[in-house]
Design a binder for this molecule. Sequence first.
Ligand SMILES: O=C(O)c1cc(=O)[nH]c(=O)n1[C@@H]1O[C@H](COP(=O)(O)O)[C@@H](O)[C@H]1O
Length: 231
Amino acid sequence: MTHKIIVALDFADAASALALVERFDPALCRLKVGKELFTVAGPELVRALVARGFEVFLDLKFHDIPNTVAAACRAAAGLGVWMLNVHASGGRRMMTAAQQALVDMPQRPLLIAVTVLTSMSAEDLIEVGVSDAPADQVLRLARLSQACKLDGVVCSAQEAAMLRADLGGDFRLVTPGIRPAGLDAGDQRRVMAPAEALRAGATDLVIGRPITTAADPLAALRQIQSDIQNT
Ligand SMILES: O=C(O)c1cc(=O)[nH]c(=O)n1[C@@H]1O[C@H](COP(=O)(O)O)[C@@H](O)[C@H]1O
C-alpha cells in the first residue's frame, strides 16, 4: 500500500501552496499547514484544502496556558482538520485541557504533542536548561503525552524504535526530519531516511523541502513512495 506522506506546505502565500496542491491527490498524500502559511493565508485556506478532500494536519504547535490552548484546539477542530498539535513541554494540565476540549467533538481531530523539535541537538537542549540526552527528553515527554490520552507524538525517527517499544502499538509516531539519502538536512539535526523511519516504527512521515523545492514535486513524492515500497 502506498504510504500517505504528509507534505509540509511551507509557503509564503496561498497561491504558491495551491499551485502545488493542484497537482496532488487526496488519495496520494496528506497536507500540513504550518505557522508561515497559516499566518498569511489563515483558516480560509485550511477550509479550502479540506473542501478538496485532503486530510489536513494543522501544525500550529500550541503552547500556552491550559485555557487558551483548549480554546485554540476547539477553534482548530472547527476547521475540519484531521490532526493538530500542541507542545508537550506545555505540561500535563495543558495537554489534558486540550484533550478534554476535543473529546466530545463529533469529528474529533487527532491530537498529538511535539516532544523535542527535530531541529534540536543535545547542545541546543543544554542551552535551554535540559541536560538529558534528546532521546531521554523525548521519552519523558512522550510518556506524559500518552498519560494525557493524546493520540501520539511528533518526534524524530531516531527515537521511533525506542518509543514504539515503550509506548505500545497504537500510539502515533509522527516524524519530520525525513531526508532521502543524499539530500541536504538544512536546519534539521535529528534526521532519517523515509523507509528506515517507517521500519523504526514511525506511523506518519512529514516531508517538506525534499518535495516542495524539487523541480517536479509530484515526481519527488512518487519517487519517495516507490523507494519506501521497494526497500
Ligand atoms: O510539528 C512539526 O510538524 C515539526 C516538528 C518538528 O520537530 N520538526 C519539524 O520539522 N516539524 C515540521 O515539519 C516540517 C519539516 O519540513 P522539512 O524539513 O522541509 O522536511 C516543517 O514544516 C516543520 O515545521
